[in-house]
Structures are given as C-alpha cells and as structure tokens.
Design a protein around this ligand. Structure first.
Ligand code: PLP
Length: 394
C-alpha cells in the first residue's frame, strides 16, 4: 500500500466511477443537513441551476435529481418518458446500451435495438433506414461514451437524424458529462442522464437528468414506478424549491455542490476536458510503448476510459496483474466485452498527468508474465542466475 503517496487512500481509482475524489469533496460530507430546511434546499436549487448551465445555453431545459446510482436515472427517464403507445429504439454498442434495452423490456415497454457491434460506431444511414421502416418508434436512446469500450458515439449526427423524424431523443451521458464539451441544444437531446460519481468528481449517491422542459411536461402520469417517477420528482422540486419527494442523500448532495465548485475553479468543462485528454494521450502512448494494444481506433476513442487487449502471453492473468498494480497504489478495471479479452483503464477523477506517469512505471514493473519468460530462459542458460525474487510470480 502506498500510504506515502496517497495519505487518504491506499490506491488511486483508475475506474470510471466511483473514482478518486479530492479531500475537500470528501470533507464536505462532515456536516448533517435537514432535508426540508432552506439552507439545504438552496444548495439543491443551486445544483439544479448549475447542471442546466453546464449542459446547455438553451433556456428551455430543467434539471431533476434522482436518488440512486446512474442506472436509476436512466430507468427513471425511460419508464417515465415513453408513453403506453410509444416504442423505444436503442442504439447499442456495449453493455450500457444493452442495459437500456433491459430496462424497457422489464417495464413492458416495446423496444427495438440497432446493434452496431462493440467496436463499431453507429452508421447514421442505417439509423435512417430503421426510422423509415418502423413508424411506431417514438423515442431513440443512445449512450454518449460507451464505458464498456471507451467509445465516444456521434450524438450530434444521431440527434440531427432523430429530429428529422421528429422523435424524442435520450442520451446516457453518464461517463462523459462534465468531461467532454457539448451542448444539449446543439445535440438536439431531450433528456440527458448522468450521475454524481463520474466526470463531475463527486461521491456516488444520486443521478441527475437534464430535460427539455416542454417534453418533460408531457409525461405526467406516464411513469410505471412511484419512486422513479421523473415527472413527480421534478414537479416537487419545482413547487417546493429544492425538495426531494423521499429522503435525499444530503451528504452526497453537499459533496456534489463542492465538486461543482471545484469544476468551476479548474476552469470549467473545457479545462477539465483538456486534463482528461492529456491523461489519456499520456496513458495510451505509454501503454503502446509497453506493447499493449488499444481496442478501438483512435478516431473512436473517448478521453474517459480506454480498453486494451489483454496480452496474448500464456502466463497473463488479469487478477494477478490487478493485484500487483493495487499493491503499487493503482486500481484498474476488468474488461466487459462479450467476445474479446480486454482490460480497461480510466483516467477521469482527481487524476493528473503525474499520476499517469507513475502508473506507467508501476505497470512496467507489474508485467510479471514477461518476467517469467525471461526468468525461464535464464534458468536454461545459467542456473546460478536464478534469484528467489524473480520467481515470485511464477
Ligand atoms: C456508470 C454508467 C452508468 C450507470 O451505472 P451505475 O452503476 O448505475 O452508476 C450508465 N451508463 C454509463 C455509460 C455509465 O458509464
């Protein structure tokens, strides 16, 4: 454990959320708040306002906070927005796209899928064909950064087509919002979902939805669930400014307000995006030098998280690699692809280029499968060079 480098944490999280947060964000939780008191409700209202201004310059949008992790926010949107006679089309190229399909199926919402394959970007012409062929489709959903692979989907081009056909557009921007510059108005998105513990760099505990107000207003009474009724939650937050219907995660909310302050202090989304890009370029360049291959073409890669092919060496095993890196102060992420063996490294959170440089050093000295190859060769040539230390990972 590397307590000297990271006095608050034995390791840095190189995962796409929960992620490494600053000490000041964690410290903001050291106070208790009353959920119906003005002091607290003002914080909630300020957060809602700031989320809208981070999402767009268009005044027609509003924000709703929802208890639960990011998936609860996605489920709240899908099960509230799509009417009884509606139909959802999901554009899917990874696990989070498929999760939206599952959410719809579970709620009995008619759903169809455009499967792009995990390493392919959606083809907008194909999307047009689907929309032409199936006039029952009312809503289209896509993931912005598909965290499964790190792919950044072309939400603007998709949005333009979705609006040509006059459909409602839902974007899961969970792992990109706050870290990648975009404007919901330009993207033509009606709903955008994200959560506290991704690029805004808060602690986990609630999700939030930025929605086109005119669209959200149509959804009264549509929800299939009481606790995930996005319209009801919004109406309560509007009519009793800053009030949540049910117990709100007060400490998480306070930490999130602090995280938003720190985003501003860093220079906003543009500055944060620059830092993430720097982290990512450094990471991918360094990994290539160590002979790791990224899964995606550079043109499809987000600055958020990168999937790498697992080394083909017979001695490689993720768990052992992971444990070695963890001992050195870094936690990475297993792969989540159905047909390829990969692992992932995230570079969002309170992670800076100097951390990535240290990570690359730790990685180089954790490639135990390379060592074992060298060691066994040594052993054949010269038995006396056998060191107890170097056979540790055999
Ligand atoms: C993190 C994430 C989610 C939500 O996951 P939770 O575990 O529910 O927070 C949804 N979509 C994407 C793209 C994500 O990265």
């Amino acid at each position: 454990m590397n307590m000297d480098l990271y006095p608050d944490n034995p390791y840095l999280l190189l995962t796409p959320g929960p992620l490494s947060t600053t000490k000041s964000v964690k410290a903001a939780m050291l106070q208790d708040w009353c959920t119906w008191d003005d002091d607290y409700n003002r914080i909630v209202q300020r957060i809602r306002g700031e989320l809208v201004s981070l999402a767009t310059v268009d005044p027609g949008y509003t924000a709703v906070l929802m208890q639960g992790s990011g998936t609860f926010g996605v489920e709240a949107v899908i099960t509230t927005a799509v009417p009884r006679d509606g139909k959802l089309l999901v554009i899917a190229n990874g696990a989070y796209g498929h999760r939206m399909v599952k959410i719809a199926q579970r709620a009995g919402i008619p759903v169809c899928v455009y499967e792009c394959g995990e390493t392919e970007a959606p083809d907008v012409d194909h999307l047009v064909d689907i929309l032409k062929q199936d006039p029952h489709i009312t809503h289209v959903a896509v993931v912005h950064c598909e965290t499964t692979t790190g792919m950044l989907n072309p939400i603007s081009n998709i949005g333009a087509m979705v609006k040509c056909f006059d459909k409602v557009y839902i974007v899961d921007a969970m792992s990109s919002f706050g870290g990648v510059r975009m404007d919901m108005g330009e993207v033509r998105a009606d709903y955008l979902i994200s959560s506290t513990n991704k690029c805004i760099q808060g602690v986990p505990g609630f999700s939030f939805v930025v929605a086109r107000q005119n669209e959200l207003k149509k959804t009264r009474g549509r929800a299939r669930s009481l606790s995930l009724d996005l319209f009801d939650q919004w109406e309560t937050m509007e009519n009793h400014p800053g009030k949540w219907r049910f117990t709100s995660p007060t400490h998480v909310v306070r930490a999130f307000a602090q995280a938003l302050e720190e985003l501003k202090a860093e220079g906003g989304i543009e500055a944060r995006s620059r830092r993430y890009h720097r982290n990512n370029r450094l990471l991918v360049g360094g990994m290539r030098k160590l002979s790791f291959r990224p899964l995606l073409l550079d043109s499809l890669q987000s600055p958020i998280i990168t999937a790498f092919h697992s080394p083909p060496d017979p001695g490689y095993e993720f768990k052992q690699f992971y444990d070695l890196l963890k001992e050195k102060g870094f936690v990475i992420y297993p792969g989540k692809l159905t047909d390829k063996d990969t692992f992932r490294i995230g570079n969002i959170g309170d992670i800076h280029p100097a951390d990535v440089t240290r990570l690359l050093k730790a990685l180089e000295s954790s490639m135990y499968w390379k060592k074992s190859v060298d060691v066994s060769r040594d052993r054949q040539d010269n038995v006396s060079s056998w060191q107890p230390d170097s056979c540790r990972f055999q």
